[in-house]
Design a binder for this molecule. Structure first.
Ligand code: SAM
Ligand code: SF4
Length: 436
């Protein structure tokens, strides 16, 4: 039996890609092991969104430069696509390099590898296909990811994704619905729809559904109690999505809507295709919805040319929206991207200063907002038990972590939906007591 080990870096798209890669490998007679030492084939599914993420894979490969004899190494994902054949020069012990747009070809690439191929590649971006496989090996028994759209047709000035994941390709609604029904039958109750810009979804079949229609239909699948989706691009975020959330409680009341900057001038330089005002209109739709929709975002500080005034505009936007959570990053120069050659780079130290100010502001907002949940009863999907704290870990529809106590001996609650009264709130999570 052939053995493999896989390590995944980066976003949920990569995590789910790995689930599909694992399914493909086991379908080819491989067996997964839990350490690279035990494996004959070691795969790294990589991320190149920021420089730091990219460096991680090279430091992993470095570890095996001397003592990797008898093993094969494969680099998959965004770094593979971006660096291509250069990886063989940098790390000669690597024998396969494959970008996500070529995962459909994995079975034939594995045959080449097994036949002794030293430089096996899958690097073409020229594809209209999505990676569909009946074999995905899902780790979580309750929540399942479904990729509905791959690649990206936008061209944000800082971003490598259009170069690493290729052009936008949507799956047919029939295939997505089939997967959702199948998952429901197998006992999954939560579905998370994935895409770089999930709401740019456009059914390529004659059915022609847009994202909001797909969302409504997934929300109506029998047995599915929660539907999440990430990431939404503000430009394609239509009011119908908010209406759908209002009408069906199976659609989680949480939207991740990356803003990147609060300054229209910077948004224009980033080629984000919306102004601050257009973004705020979408926030207004959500704030005036009947259900309380939690909103999260991504923000980049220190994009080339970002002035103190631009940064203040971002801080003011964060104050105005009062996000439930944010992911914030220092701008990182990436190969191939339009922003690479822009002058007026902001010094690292200044980027660090701005990031710290932003994160401090957001922390205060989260403390204030979360305190408002004390006394409220929330339905949680139980994700597991934390032995260290003696608490169950729950997640609310708004995507907040709600840890709770259940007095006395009790059965395994993982995967169940329970009601919990919030008794305490911190900046990053809530704590409470079970009430049913
Ligand atoms: N498609 C999503 C969108 O348009 O909002 C984002 C996908 S990207 C994988 C995730 C986040 O990484 C982005 O929202 C952005 O904040 C961040 N990011 C992307 N490129 C970056 C860069 N060069 N430097 C710093 N952060 C970056
Ligand atoms: Fe990157 Fe922009 Fe595409 Fe998002 S929309 S993946 S940030 S290029």
């Amino acid at each position: 039996m052939k053995t493999f080990y896989i390590e995944t870096f980066g976003c949920q798209m990569n995590v789910h890609d790995s689930e599909k890669v694992i399914g493909t490998l086991t379908g080819q007679g491989y067996r997964q092991v839990t350490t690279p030492e035990q494996a004959e084939l070691v795969l790294y599914n990589t991320c190149s969104i920021r420089d730091k993420a990219e460096q991680k894979v090279f430091s992993r490969l470095q570890q095996f430069k001397k003592d990797g004899r008898g093993k094969r190494f494969a680099v998959l994902g965004c770094v593979a696509q971006q660096e291509g054949h250069r990886i063989f020069e940098k790390a000669p012990h690597v024998s396969m390099v494959c970008g996500s747009a070529s995962y459909n070809k994995l079975p034939e690439l594995l045959v080449q590898l097994e036949a002794g191929g030293r430089r096996v590649t899958g690097l073409s971006l020229d594809t209209e296909d999505t990676f569909e496989t009946p074999f995905a090996r899902r780790d979580n028994p309750h929540r399942a990811y479904i990729t509905i759209i791959e690649g990206c047709d936008k061209s944000c000035a800082y971003c490598v994704v259009p170069f690493t994941r290729g052009p936008e390709r949507s799956r047919t609604s029939e295939s997505v619905m089939g997967e959702a029904r199948d998952l429901a039958q197998r006992g999954y109750t939560e579905i998370q729809l994935l895409g770089q810009n999930v709401n740019s979804y456009r059914d390529p079949s004659a059915t022609g559904w847009g994202f909001a229609t797909l969302l409504r239909n997934i929300g109506a699948v029998e047995g599915i109690r929660r539907v999440r989706f990430t990431t939404s691009h503000p430009r394609d975020f239509v009011r119908e999505i908010v209406d759908a959330i209002d009408e069906n409680t199976a659609l989680c009341n949480h939207v991740h809507l990356p803003v990147q900057s609060g300054s229209t001038r910077v948004l224009e330089a980033m080629q984000r295709l919306y102004t601050r005002e257009e973004y705020m209109r979408r926030i207004e739709w959500m704030k005036s919805a009947r259900r309380a929709i939690a909103i999260s975002t991504d923000i980049i500080v220190g994009f080339p040319g970002e002035t103190e005034e631009d940064f203040e505009a971002t801080l003011a936007l964060v104050d105005e929206v009062e996000y439930d959570s944010i992911f914030s990053f220092k701008y990182s120069r990436r190969p191939n991207t339009p922003a690479l050659d822009l002058g007026d780079q902001i010094p690292e130290e200044e980027k660090g200063r701005r990031l710290a100010i932003l994160q401090e502001k957001q922390r205060a907002i989260q403390i204030r907002r979360n305190a408002g949940y004390v006394g409220v009863v929330e339905e949680c999907l139980v994700e597991g038990f934390n032995n260290a704290t003696g608490q169950w870990i729950g997640r609310t529809s708004q995507n907040k972590t709600l840890n709770f106590l259940r007095a006395g001996e009790c059965e395994d609650l993982a995967g169940r939906y329970v009601n919990v009264r919030v008794t305490r709130a911190g900046p990053n999570s809530l704590a409470g007591e079970w009430v049913n």
